[in-house]
Design a protein around this ligand. Sequence first.
Ligand SMILES: *Cc1c(COP(=O)(O)O)cnc(C)c1O
Length: 396
Amino acid sequence: MSGQNPVFIPGPTNIPDRLRHAMNVQTLDHRAPDFVDVFAPVLEDLKKVFKTETGKPIIFPASGTGGWESAITNTLSPGDKVLVARFGMFSHRWIDMCQRHGLDVEVIECEWGTGAPADRYGEALAADTDHTIKAVLATHNETATGVKSDIAALRAAIDAANHPAMLFVDAVSSLGSMDFRMDEWGVDICVSGSQKGFMLSTGMAIVCVSEKAVAATETAGLSRCFFDYRDMLKMNATGGFPYTPPLNLIMGLRESLDMIFEEGLENIFARHHRLAEGVRKAVEAWGMSLCAKTPDLFSDSVSAIVVPEGFNSTALTDHAYDTYGMSFGVGLGEVAGKVFRIGHLGSLTDAMVLSGLATIEMAMKDLNYPITLGSGVAAAQEYYRTTAAAARAQAA
Ligand SMILES: *Cc1c(COP(=O)(O)O)cnc(C)c1O
């Protein structure tokens, strides 16, 4: 593998040099005031990324999966009912975790390539007249299929059913890359991680919890200790941590937040949209299609591309890696072998995306895909070329 090539897996993402330097720190005493001076503002500034005034950001030394586990174990009891849609590998894995924790999981089965169906959630909630459903779970951006779901519509469906269930959202591959609004969408727990939109190494689950979710910790019967929100919030209140914090990652997060605010969240979303559009132009030029069924579902952080009948997408990503030293995302679960994924989130420019498109094009040509060499690159170039000036003016 070439250390110079960007990665096009949808996380972990490319780490800007500025963040690699920021994470390279000598040991610091986490009980000393210096740590408090760094950590307390980090938690405060995270609220801007979640778009919350009242939510409380929490960091665990973990990956996103730990964030999922913290959400359910802090708020629910064995046998509690949760409502969740399955439409890809990540929504599937959260469901599996709920089942392994002994929750009563009502699954809304959806075709992979579709999104969280607000109407079907609404019907299930309306039918639940004695309010046995304690939490509604949804994956904002299904990384396996490149599908973005409408969380505002889901909130509206919960409200229309007049249902008191909490709303938990997996935003691991969308937070900091695509618009997310914790307060406006009435999200009770948002789960994210350090290695995608935050452009850092893997190692932190970054979650945000509402007052309602915090209140639920008092009665939740599932076991937790390491992930207990109560211990964490108690220590965080004075800038501390209940155990040894991942110092290098927190220093990295300080710098990441600075980078995010310098560029501006809305500019970051616009950049991701534009980069994604270029990829979509290339896919169209190849005569191929996305796994995501309709344009409203297209993710701006990852594209899952369906390979033609008779081709194996895993052979393609293997070939791109072996021959050109570049990583692309494989198909997972139901779409294994059928799609390959281009991750286009985090620290990325037009030129970087073009290198990925050019490389996967070569790999496809090598394996006799029915594409014209250069066609996807040219389509993306044309799009980037003709939108660059306007994008720069918009961001200024
Ligand atoms: C990456 C990801 C996760 C978490 O994965 P970890 O490997 O535990 O960090 C969860 N959900 C989605 C949608 C993801 O993209």
